[in-house]
Design a protein around this ligand. Structure first.
Ligand code: KDG
Length: 325
């Protein structure tokens, strides 16, 4: 693992970032003759968003000693993210193929079983990861990769809390990676250990085994009963609903003229939220406003992280410039 040398981070995150292969022309992969290569990962998307908002962030992972791993590290470093990488010569970097389907959604095809990051274990988790940081952010994708990655996740949370960091957890449910009952048990246990918990509405319904038409207001107390001090339910075009110390905070969405690509908007929301809370933990209202703004701005261009705004772009938008394509 490369040495930790940069200035102390404010936020530490860890997780798997993948090489992403797309059809260059947007046609279905089965007809594609030229492809595009980029990177994506829930945790590194958030890390890029934080770096663009001038929050010091450290991303920790395990990558294959291959061109995809090299591309991931080069891209993240170029975005100002401090990378701490364990290079694995015996396992590959994960790859995801993605294609657009009707209605603007996307279908993904994972090639990540046995990936380098899936081989991370509790023994790999180090106190040095968290040195000087205030917050540890992680997602529910890492524990889904393998039993050893699941154990590494619990160890990272335990150590972060022991060292005085507050812990933010986005369940990021990926049912392609694990079975319902195991996912529910693990995500609930991690939510109980977290200070800030960021479920989407479908994830909240899944965790509570609630009917598909259950409203956010009827879910959020049940989610808070899992244990986190602050629950922020991401509602996409409907804004967000938060619960802290029994107080409900409903934040309206930031209006957008059109949605170009919603992928990564949840990670953008998280970056906006954490960039405020890491310096002003009590300023939940402002954090939610910025989170909603970033979620909206992320929908204005293609890619998981490519449309994440800089601090200057946020200020320009706040000053009244409408969010347009
Ligand atoms: O969060 C949006 C995507 O970038 C993310 O889902 C990719 O980490 C990813 C995964 O495993 O799906």
């Amino acid at each position: 693992m490369n040495a930790i040398t940069a200035a102390k981070p404010e936020i530490v995150t860890f997780g798997e970032t993948l090489a992403v292969v797309l059809s260059a022309s947007g046609e279905p992969l089965e007809h594609a003759e030229s492809l595009r290569l980029t990177i994506a990962g829930a945790e590194s998307n958030v890390a890029i968003g934080l770096a663009r908002l001038e929050t010091r962030v450290r991303w920790i992972s395990r990558l294959g000693d291959d061109p995809f791993g090299a591309k991931i590290q080069k891209t993240l470093r170029g975005e100002g993210v401090e990378t701490v990488v364990d290079w694995d010569e015996a396992a590959p970097t994960a790859v995801m193929f993605r294609q657009r389907i009707a209605g603007g959604d996307a279908s993904v095809y994972y090639y990540r079983k046995g990936s380098a990051m899936s081989r991370m274990s509790a023994a790999d988790v180090s106190r040095n990861w968290f040195d000087g940081a205030a917050c540890f952010y992680f997602s529910g994708i890492t524990p889904a990769l393998s039993e050893s990655a699941r154990e590494a996740t619990f160890e990272a949370v335990r150590l972060a809390k022991e060292l005085g960091l507050w812990v933010c957890f986005d369940p990021n449910l990926r049912l392609k990676l694990w079975h319902g009952a195991h996912a529910r048990q693990t995500l609930s246990a991690l939510a109980e250990l977290s200070d800030v918990f960021l479920p989407g509405i479908d994830e909240a319904r899944f965790l509570l085994n609630a009917p598909q038409d259950t409203a956010p207001e009827d879910l959020i107390q049940g989610v808070a009963d899992l244990g986190p001090k602050l629950v922020v339910m991401k509602l996409g075009p409907h804004g967000s609903l938060a619960l802290r110390d029994g107080q409900l905070i409903k934040t309206p969405p930031h209006p957008v003229a059109t949605v170009v690509d919603a992928i990564g908007a949840g990670d953008a929301f998280t970056a906006g939220l954490l960039s405020v809370l890491v310096r002003e933990p009590e300023n939940v209202e402002e954090a939610l406003q910025l989170a909603n703004l970033l979620g909206a701005m992320a929908t204005q261009g293609h890619g998981d992280w490519q449309s994440l705004p800089t601090l200057r772009q946020v200020d320009l938008t706040k000053s009244g410039a409408t969010i347009a394509r």
